[in-house]
Design a protein around this ligand. Structure first.
Ligand SMILES: [Zn+2]
Length: 625
C-alpha cells in the first residue's frame, strides 16, 4: 500500500459510511464490508460507487473524491444532507441489508473550483459544521479568508450587533487553537485550503492582516514610506491597513510583498492556493511620480512575476490566485504574466446587480478609459465581463468566478428563490464564459429563509446539467414533506415581489413604486403565519419564524420606500428584536451581525438609538471582497 492509498481521508470516508449506517439502524456486526480506495475513474474530482448486502465499494480519483463518493453512496440509499447541521440531515430507517443495493455508477465534477469563502460572523463550531457539509454537497474548496479568520470569530464572540447575547473576548492562544482545529478538519476531508487575500498590504505596514480592523498610523518611517501617496499624504486609508494601497513602484514595497508571500508559502505547505490581493477599496492609488507612470495592473503583474520567480527558486509549487476587482479589472498595458501555470485568475464582480444573471457571452464593447482615482465601478454584469474579456487577451490560464450572491444580495430577497435562480443560472454560464468554477464569497449562516441557494450551488457546481427546477423540487419535498407546496408558493411570491437592488443601496431610497410590493410581502407573511400549525418539526418552526421576520422586514421597507421614516424605524426595531432573540435558538441559520450591518449601511434602515454597553465594539469599517 502506498502512502497515498493510506491517506487519512480514505479511512475517514469509510468510517463516515459505517457511522451513518449505524445511525440508520444497522447493527455494527451486520454491516457489510466497506472498501474506500483510490482508482478509476480518472479525472480531477471523480468517484465510482456500488453496493449490496455483502459489500460497499467506493473509489475516488483522489481522497477528497472518495469522501464525496461515500456521501453520494449514502444519498443513493436514502440519506440527504440539505444543509449543514443535524436538522437538515435526513437519515432513512434501514431494516434490511437489501436496502444497501446500489448498482455501479460513476460521476465526475463539472468544475474544478467548487467552494465557499468565509464572510460574516461565525463561531468555530459554525465554521466546522460548514466544513463538514462541503464534501456532502460535492464541494472541494474551503477558503479560510485572511491569514487567520480572526475578524469572523471576533464578530461572533463579541456578538457584534446582538446585545442580547453575552460577549466574550478571544485570547491569542484560543485563536491559534481555533485555527489549528479549522485547518485540521479541512485537511481531514482532503478539501483544498485557500488562504490570505487582503491583508498583504497590512503586513507590509507591520500589522497582522487578519481583518479590516482600524489601526493607528504606523510609527516607523520605513512603514510610513510604503503607503500610497494620496492628496500629498502617506496615511492609512480610513485608518484601515487592509483597505490601504501601497506605493507599488517602490522597490522596497515590491521586495517586501514578494518576501512575505514566499515566506508564507514556505511556512504553510498545507495551503493549496495563496490569494495575493491588494487593498480592499478603490480610488486610493498612489499618486507619486513613479506610480503615475504606469497602471495598477502593470504594477500588480510585475509583483506577481517576482513572486513566481522567488517561489520557483525556493522550489515551491504553491498556486497563486490573483484578483480582477476594482482598478485591477483593467488588464495590464505592458506587463505579462510569464508563467500562467503558477496562477489562477479570480474574477470578482463585486459591484454587479443580482436582478439579472450572467449572459451566455461577453457583450461586445470596450471598458471605459481608466482615470486614476476616479473609477466608477461597473453595475451591470455584462459590463463587468468586458473587463474579464480584456484580461483574457493577456492571460489564458485557470480562472474562476468569485461572486457575492450570498454575501449581501440575499438580504434583499427574503424568499431566496430569486437569488437561488440567479445563482443557478450563473453557474450554468460558468463554463461557456471560460471559467473552471465558482467560489462563493458568502456568509456561512444562510439557511433562513431556506437553504436552497447553498444546496443548489453544490449540486450545480458538481453537475452543470442538473435542472435547477428539479433541485428545488427535491429540496422542498425532502425538507418540508406535505407542506412543500405551500412553502414554495409563499417563497416564490415573496421573491417575485422583492427588489434585491433596492435593499443593496442601488437607486434612490424614496421608491413609492415599490411600496405596494413590500406591503404585499407583509400581508402574505402574516396570512401564512396565521394558518401555520406548530407540529414540533424544527424545519417548519424555522419557517414560522421566517414569516414573522419577513412581515416586520417588509413593513420596514414599505415605509422606507414611501418616505415614512418613523414607521420604518418602528418596524425595523421589531425586525431586529425578532432576529436577535432567535439567534440563540438557531445560531447556525441566520447571520444577525451581517443582516443588521447590511440593512443599516446599505438599505438605510435605522434603529431607535439605544444605550450601548461597555463591551460592545465600535462599528468597524465596511469590507469589500
Ligand atoms: Zn507611488
Amino acid at each position: 500500500m502506498t502512502e497515498r492509498e493510506r491517506h487519512p481521508t480514505l479511512a475517514f470516508a469509510a468510517e463516515e459510511v459505517r457511522r451513518y449506517l449505524r445511525l440508520a439502524g444497522l447493527a455494527e456486526e451486520s454491516l457489510p464490508g466497506i472498501t474506500v480506495e483510490l482508482g478509476e475513474p480518472s479525472g480531477e474530482d471523480a468517484y465510482a460507487i456500488e453496493g449490496d448486502a455483502e459489500r460497499i465499494a467506493i473509489r475516488g480519483s483522489n481522497p477528497r473524491s472518495a469522501l464525496i463518493g461515500a456521501y453520494a453512496y449514502l444519498k443513493e440509499i436514502g440519506f440527504a444532507f440539505w444543509a449543514p447541521g443535524e436538522d437538515y440531515t435526513r437519515i432513512p430507517r434501514l431494516t434490511d441489508r437489501a436496502q444497501l443495493k446500489v448498482p455501479r455508477r460513476e460521476s465526475r465534477a463539472a468544475h474544478s473550483f467548487r467552494g465557499m469563502c468565509i464572510e460574516g460572523a461565525e463561531s468555530l463550531e459554525q465554521m466546522l459544521a460548514y466544513v463538514d457539509w462541503l464534501p456532502k454537497a460535492g464541494m472541494n474548496i474551503c477558503f479560510a479568508q485572511f491569514f487567520r479568520p480572526d475578524i469572523f470569530w471576533e464578530r461572533w464572540y463579541s456578538h457584534q450587533n446582538n446585545p442580547l447575547m453575552p460577549p466574550r473576548t478571544l485570547s491569542e492562544e484560543e485563536k491559534e487553537a481555533f485555527d489549528r482545529t479549522l485547518v485540521a478538519e479541512i485537511k481531514k476531508r482532503g478539501l483544498l485550503l485557500h488562504r490570505a487575500g487582503h491583508g498583504w498590504t497590512s503586513r507590509a505596514l507591520g500589522y497582522p492582516g487578519n481583518g479590516w480592523q482600524t489601526q493607528a498610523e504606523p510609527r516607523e518611517a520605513r512603514y510610513r514610506s510604503r503607503i500610497a501617496l494620496l492628496k500629498g499624504e502617506r496615511r492609512l486609508f480610513g485608518g484601515v491597513p487592509a483597505n490601504t494601497n501601497l506605493c507599488y513602484a517602490s522597490e522596497d514595497v515590491q521586495q517586501a510583498l514578494t518576501d512575505d508571500v514566499v515566506a508564507y508559502a514556505k511556512a504553510h505547505p498545507e495551503v493549496d492556493a495563496v490569494h495575493f490581493w491588494l487593498a480592499d477599496t478603490f480610488n486610493n492609488l498612489c499618486e507619486c511620480e513613479a506610480c503615475r507612470q504606469t497602471t495598477l495592473s502593470d504594477q500588480y503583474v510585475r509583483i506577481l512575476n517576482r513572486i513566481d520567480e522567488a517561489l520557483t527558486e525556493a522550489g515551491l509549487a504553491t498556486r497563486i490566485v490573483f484578483l480582477l476587482y476594482q482598478e485591477l479589472l483593467y488588464p495590464p498595458e505592458r506587463e505579462r504574466i510569464r508563467h500562467p501555470e503558477r496562477f489562477i485568475l479570480m474574477f470578482a464582480p463585486i459591484s454587479r446587480t443580482f436582478e439579472t444573471g450572467y449572459p451566455a457571452e461577453v457583450p461586445a464593447g470596450e471598458p471605459p478609459p481608466y482615470r486614476r482615482n476616479a473609477m466608477r465601478l461597473p453595475l451591470d454584469i455584462g459590463e463587468n465581463l468586458r473587463y474579464y474579456a480584456a484580461w483574457r487577451q493577456v492571460f489564458a490560464g485557470d480562472a474562476f468566478i468569485y461572486d457575492y450572491h450570498l454575501g449581501r444580495a440575499h438580504y434583499g430577497d427574503p424568499g431566496y428563490l430569486k437569488i437561488a435562480g440567479t445563482l443557478c443560472g450563473d453557474i450554468r454560464r460558468v463554463r461557456g464564459l471560460g471559467f473552471q468554477g465558482l467560489i462563493a464569497c458568502q456568509e456561512l449562516r444562510v439557511m433562513m429563509p431556506n437553504a436552497l441557494p447553498i444546496y443548489a450551488m453544490g449540486r450545480l457546481l458538481w453537475d452543470a446539467d442538473t435542472r435547477p427546477e428539479d433541485v428545488a423540487e427535491a429540496y422542498f419535498e425532502g425538507l418540508y414533506g406535505a407542506d412543500a407546496p405551500r412553502v414554495r408558493v409563499y417563497f416564490e411570491a415573496v421573491s417575485a415581489l422583492c427588489d434585491t437592488d433596492y435593499a443593496n443601496a442601488n437607486g434612490p431610497r424614496l421608491r413609492p413604486d415599490l411600496t405596494g410590493r413590500y406591503r404585499e410581502i407583509a400581508r402574505l407573511s402574516r396570512a401564512e403565519s396565521e394558518t401555520l400549525e406548530d407540529r414540533g418539526d424544527p424545519i417548519l418552526r424555522r419557517y414560522g419564524s421566517t414569516l414573522l421576520q419577513n412581515a416586520a422586514y417588509a413593513d420596514a421597507l414599505a415605509a422606507l420606500t414611501a418616505g415614512d421614516e418613523a414607521a420604518a424605524t418602528a418596524a425595523y426595531d421589531r425586525y431586529c428584536r425578532i432576529i436577535r432573540e432567535r439567534e440563540a435558538v438557531y445560531p447556525m441559520d441566520f447571520d444577525v451581525y451581517r443582516a443588521i450591518e447590511v440593512t443599516q449601511r446599505y438599505t438605510g434602515l435605522k434603529e431607535t438609538p439605544r444605550t450601548p454597553t461597555n463591551d460592545e465594539p465600535t462599528t468597524e469599517r465596511d469590507e469589500r471582497v
